[in-house]
Design a protein around this ligand. Structure first.
Ligand SMILES: Nc1ncnc2c1ncn2[C@@H]1O[C@H](COP(=O)(O)OP(=O)(O)OP(=O)(O)O)[C@@H](O)[C@H]1O
Length: 265
């Protein structure tokens, strides 16, 4: 976090949803420069909806949201976005380096041909996530963890100030999960990037997080992990009694919400 810089994101009384369907309401928060923020909450609570607002893909129902002190706009090259990914076909022959080169916004829209410089920048992005060995591997032959690194490199190639990562840790084993968290943390610190990461399990992220945004029951809570991940704060958010249990290494389990049990690792 840096002093004297305006927040990267500000939300004021923000209400989000689709047509008549309000997903969550009255969220007010600020994300500061260089913060690493996890967004957690049950399925369908509206985590991706927050990303859609930040990307300018949908408008608030009420209230205001600003990114870089302006209304969000589509195609903002200062935002690196890694959407939720599903299975890549094993026959996919596109090489990692080619995918990363597609991360240049101009190339995405076919505006300019690849240059040698693009090649170097794409390679550097792979290097930044420890994936330079994967440069000439076909995407179809990569494991889930390897693919996540390549997608992260693709998002980094335009040198974004803000990274939005939608469930990058899903389907990774505990070791790969921890490795990827470290990679993302290093990127946030070394490239001076602000990162928002949607996750279903907070535990692998706890050592590196600055803030948590917890979305549940149509409401949004935000603060430092120790402030938000308490029985009192989550009970108020859900409107029913919820217990937050801590393990010996500080791990968290949330008990009492049928749809949202975070277990110890
Ligand atoms: N394009 C859409 N039109 C109408 N409703 C939508 C649309 N996209 C999402 N929704 C609804 O908005 C709510 C929030 O969806 P969202 O994808 O933001 O949840 P999420 O917290 O990211 O879920 P998950 O953890 O399952 O990925 C859900 O009830 C979903 O069905």
């Amino acid at each position: 976090m840096k002093d004297n810089l305006p927040p990267i994101i500000t939300a004021e009384n923000l209400t989000a949803g689709y047509q008549e369907n309000t997903v969550w309401q009255n969220a007010s928060f600020a994300i500061e420069h260089g913060e690493f923020v996890a967004i957690i909450g049950p399925n369908g609570s509206g985590k991706t909806t927050l990303f859609r607002l930040l990307l300018g893909l949908q408008q608030p129902i009420r209230g205001n949201i600003k990114v870089f002190n302006a209304r969000p706009k589509r195609g903002n090259e200062h935002i690196g976005y890694v959407p939720q990914r599903h299975v890549i076909d094993a026959d996919t022959t596109l090489e990692s380096l080619e995918l990363v080169r597609l991360g240049f916004s101009g190339n995405k829209w076919g505006l300019n041909p690849f240059s040698r410089n693009d090649h170097q920048i794409a390679f550097d992005a792979l290097k930044a996530v420890g994936a330079e060995d994967l440069a000439h591997r076909s995407l179809g032959g990569l494991s889930g963890g390897e693919l996540q690194r390549v997608f992260l490199a693709e998002a980094l190639v335009s040198n974004p100030h803000l990274l939005l990562l939608d469930e990058p840790l899903s389907n990774l084993d505990i070791r790969r999960e921890q490795e990827l968290v470290q990679v993302i943390h290093n990127v946030v610190r070394s490239r001076d990037v602000t990162a928002l990461l949607i996750a279903h399990n907070i535990n692998p992220l706890l050592p590196v997080l600055d803030k948590v945004i917890y979305i549940a029951n149509g409401r949004v809570a935000i603060g430092k992990p120790d402030e938000v991940l308490t029985s009192e704060a989550l009970s108020a958010l859900y409107g029913v009694q919820v217990e937050v249990l801590r393990g010996s290494r500080g791990q968290i389990a949330v008990i009492g919400t049928e749809e949202n049990q975070h277990h110890y690792d």
